[in-house]
Design a binder for this molecule. Structure first.
Ligand SMILES: [Zn+2]
Ligand SMILES: [Zn+2]
Length: 268
């Protein structure tokens, strides 16, 4: 396996189950070269955002020093669309969207099936309108912010394997997702292949879908593999599966952060 790092990691500072130090020790044990933390930002009503931002930054920065001879540690953030943080304070930002907006109200798309179905209900039951609204808002944010990494692009398919509504099976949804992916490609950020829904038992495959991955290859986009881990045991979740998929599609390189810079490494 080529992947020896993870840059999408949650801890007890937001909605993760392990402390940053527990995650660092697990990463060292797994032989990781680097680990990056990416606590959530979010609007005021968000229940899972980093509660104490300065304590979060202080702790990650202290761990960088403590373990500097063993592993590279990065201070990142998973920035919620339109909930901006001061970029200067972080080594990188992952741009994500976990909400859809309707009439000034925000509805979470990935909390659970009931809340996901509520998102569609507020669009009169029209899941295509919901999908348009979700991607439109996300792309607007991506164009403004140009985050270093684009998170789980098609998060709205999280419950496809468990729900009666399976967006990914509908060609019209897939057309919408493709249209916005092409827009996001122009932003020039690194896309992540994200295994977070696998470790939590929702899906058997990572984001984005195969069809979107083929488009990322066709457009020569940059891609990296991240686990979106919420527990120290899942920081390398399904990384081999991701590498196999990328190789099958024809990717020859994946991206990672080394000594503070995004670099590509060959997928052997
Ligand atoms: Zn996320
Ligand atoms: Zn995340």
């Amino acid at each position: 396996m080529v992947t020896d790092s993870n840059f999408h990691t949650h801890t007890t500072y937001c909605d993760g189950k392990s402390t940053p130090e527990e995650v660092v020790l697990s990463a060292i044990e797994k032989g990781f070269r680097a680990i990056g933390f990416s606590g959530h930002s979010g609007p005021g009503f968000c229940t899972y955002k980093i509660r104490d931002l300065s304590a979060y930054k202080n702790e990650i920065n202290a761990l960088k020093k403590k373990y500097k001879n063993e592993i590279e540690i990065y201070l990142g953030v998973e920035e919620e669309a339109l909930s901006y943080l001061n970029r200067e304070e972080f080594d990188y930002i992952i741009g994500a969207s976990h909400y859809v907006e309707k009439n000034g109200e925000y509805y979470p798309v990935d909390s659970n099936i009931e809340k996901f179905n509520k998102c569609i209900e507020v669009f009169g039951g029209d899941y295509l309108k919901f999908s348009e609204a979700y991607f439109e808002r996300y792309l607007t944010y991506l164009k403004i912010r140009k985050p270093d990494i684009i998170a789980h692009f098609d998060l709205v398919t999280k419950f496809d394997e468990k729900n009666s509504i399976a967006l990914g099976k509908d060609p019209k949804y897939r057309e919408i997702a493709m249209k916005y992916l092409k827009g996001a490609v122009n932003v020039g950020s690194v896309f992540e292949m994200n295994t977070g829904a696998i470790s939590r038992g929702y899906r058997k495959t990572p984001y984005p879908s195969m069809e979107l991955l083929y488009e990322l290859k066709r457009s020569d986009s940059k891609i990296m593999i991240n686990s979106d881990s919420h527990h120290r045991d899942t920081i390398a979740e399904s990384f081999e599966l991701c590498e196999d998929i990328l190789k099958d599609i024809g990717f020859q390189f994946i991206y990672t952060i080394k000594k503070g810079e995004f670099v590509k490494v060959p997928l052997k």
